[in-house]
Each structure stands twice: as structure tokens, then as C-alpha cells.
Design a protein around this ligand. Sequence first.
Ligand code: G3I
Length: 302
Amino acid sequence: ESTLGAAAAQSGRYFGVAVASGRLGDSTYATIANREFNSVTAENEMKIDATEPQRGQFNFTAADRVYNWAVQNGKEVRGHTLAWHSQQPGWMQSLSGNDLRQAMVGHINGVMAHYKGKIAQWDVVNEAFADGSSGARRDSNLQRSGNDWIELAFRTARAADPSAKLCYNDYNVENWTWAKTQAMYSMVRDFKQRGVPIDCVGFQSHFNSGSPYNSNFRTTLQNFAALGVDVAVTELDIQGASPTTYANVVNDCLAVERCLGVTVWGVRDSDSWRSEHTPLLFNNDGSKKAAYNAVLDALNGG
Ligand code: G3I
């Protein structure tokens, strides 16, 4: 196959991209995004600040722009993200305790109702663990509202849209030896044992010199899958875009039956949140980088 999405589809997987609504009018950008990818994540438009700018007043203008573009072009959509310490609107940042929990539940219900039956996977909770060696939860207003805020979010999400796969999503959880990975693993194991509804784990995979790719990523994916959840690479970018590393990540996903697919976090280097790292698959002029060819070859079976 000659495009990433078609090549991934050979094994029943998708190859996705984060799309920014403001760039869809750029024809180079839109042409590549439409040609190469068969799954779309809104880079910012489905986040809490974008979709509920005032409490109880939802705005899906930008989110629908991404959603409609994706669906009109035959792509599935990953929803990102419903409960997160970051990109909370001002009104939510100032909440705490039970009021915040009710606001979180209201937010999940409002957004998931709008997209009911239309989203393949939802990142229900994003980035709830602390960096470093503590293995602790990240401090946030949500965490301070009670350690069970994550399972409250998942139970709410399951009731709101039973058709969506419900994911927990985080970064620096790709290396099996890291404390953050182990903490996330313990949580997912506990959720599965107690019947908290969780279907998938997203590994963001923002690889850089401080948190480089390690070949034990495959072990990580296998160990999570063995708990009975699907796994996915959800926000891939690699500082310097080493073709070998890109191919390794793709091959890790292909090696794990429950790996649903890979999403890269932008189209061209100039579209990246870390453009100075030149971490993506396309040059600024839209031409394919060596990493693109490595990924396509891997998806086509090497
Ligand atoms: O849209 C405004 C623009 O009007 C304004 O002029 C400009 C000035 O700063 O800001 C623009 O908004 C920015 C937005 O990206 C769109 O470009 C925000 O400031 C900026 O904070 C926001 O950054 C996003 C970041 O999440 C916020 O946390 C990045 O685009 C987005 O790539 C990044 O994505 C996250 C995932 O959601 C979760 N995992 C990590 C990943 C990378 O940080």
C-alpha cells in the first residue's frame, strides 16, 4: 500500500494524526492529512476549555469542524480529552471538592452526549500520574477532590456512551521500568479486577532526549494488553525523527494483537507543538521525510 492509513488497515489497524482546525484551510496540510491518515484526533478542539468555556454552556464549533472534516473524509475519530488537570476553563480551575466532581460529571455527560455513537475511542482521563520516581498521582484540583475521581470519570463515560472505547492516556509511560508506567499498570489492573469500565490505554509516546524510546516499549504494550485492555500509540512524535525509531514504534504496535493503531501528533514539523525538534513525518513544504518511508515500510511488513 502507498499511504499510511491503507498500509495500517492491512492488519486491521489505523494510522492517525492530530488535526488542528485552524490549519484545515491550508491545502498542503489538508491534502496530506486526508491522503495519508484514516483516524483523526482533534489537537485542542475537544478539550475542556474549548467545549465548555462557561459552566453548562457547551460550544462544539471548533470540535465539529475537525469531527465533520474527518467523517466527511471517511476517517474515524479519537476523542481527546474529557478529564484533565490542564486546559481547564477558568471557571473549572477555581472549583474543588464535590462541586468540581459534579462539574467533571456534567462535562463528560455534555460532550459525550453531543458525540454519542460517533467516537471510536475517548481519552476519558489524561495525564493523572506524576512525573519522576514517586509513582504517585499528579497533584491537581481533580486529584484533591478524591482518589476515586478517575473511576468516577470512567463510570460516567460508560453510561454516557456505551459504544465508545474508554481510554486512559498518559506520557512517559512507555518505558516498562519507569515508576510512572508501573503506577499506571497498577491502576489499570485494579480497575479490571473491580470492574471499573476501562477499555484501552493510550501511550502518548512523545519521545525526546529526556525520555527516549526504549525497546522495552513492546513489553509495556504486551503487559497492558495482558490485563485485558486494548492499547494504542496516541500522540507519537520523536525528537529528530529517527527513521529507525519510528519503525521500531510501529513494529512494537504491530507485534501486539491488541494494539489498535498509531497516531502521530501533527502533520509537518512546522505543525508540531515541538517544531524545533523536527519530530514528525513530513517536512514543512509537505515532502515526505525518511521517517515517513520507514513507517510505511514497517506497516507494509518491512
Ligand atoms: O489559539 C491560541 C491563539 O489564539 C493564541 O494567539 C496563542 C498564543 O499563545 O495561543 C493559542 O492557543 C494555543 C494552542 O495550543 C493552539 O495553538 C495554546 O496557547 C497552547 O497552550 C496550546 O498548546 C497545546 C497543548 O496541548 C496545551 O496543553 C498544543 O497545541 C497541543 O499539541 C498539546 O497537546 C498535548 C496533548 O493534548 C496531551 N499530551 C501532550 C500534548 C503536547 O503537549
